[in-house]
Design a protein. Sequence first.
Length: 301
Amino acid sequence: MVWLPRFLCPECRSDVRAAGDDHMACVECGRVFDRQGGMWRFLTATRAARLESFVRQYRAVRAQEGRRLATADYYRRLPSVASDDPHARDWQIRRETYHHLLGHVLAAGPLPLHVLDLGAGSGWLSNRLAALGHRAVAVDAIDDDADGLGATRHYATPFAVVQADFDALPFAAGQFDLVVFNGSLHYAQDTAATLERAHHMLAPGGTLVVMDSPMFGAERDGSAMVAEKMRHFMTDCRLTEATPHGIGYLTFAMLAAVAERLELGAAFVPSRGPLRWRLGRNLARVTLRRAPAAFGLWVAR
């Protein structure tokens, strides 16, 4: 049986109770939340409207970049992909960071850990963790079959799947041993507030993790990267307009300030990638006149 956390209404923060096998209802405001397509739908109409432009842009870019044409076997193998995959270098970094998670976080904890996977995308991380015996909950606002939570139908090991905004999490506090922002925290509108809300989800002694968001030492380098990305969306992806959602990057100082406020000890484990990738990034430092983004695992306990 799939483990389900205790849910709360994402709008009024009141308890929700079962109203049938595939329905829950808020005891205070009466909102009804259904399970459709294998996922619990906690993304309210208000939240969906706020995210609409981001979701539309995200899907268009992913389609243009060839990230939405995958088979069931492709998803089951993630974060490993074939060497000739057009995004193999990206996934090599993701795989390296995943192994950092295994070695630096999961190896020290008992089974099973209750894990909240925020910005889960296709659910590949939740799939891997569930296969290892952990109780994972995959959360994302995007539900489509090709590149969102709908892709979780391909996995053999079951886990909870929840469509929701990670700034309106539909869970009671203190239920998770590990909360992971899975390549997603840079999309937050207010990074500090989003991290603090996620911290409330942790049980005593729990761990907060940020995986593979672009990290910089200086804000000017992050801002330059975002501007380049918007130009890429307009020219290469042929969008008529492009707008960043959230700040689009993180800085080490930003995360350090949050960790200090939450009284957590934090460390960053970099994912360095293959030699050719590193050399290309050093060249980009010269041609782009900015520092390249760092990727890896930020861990706070």
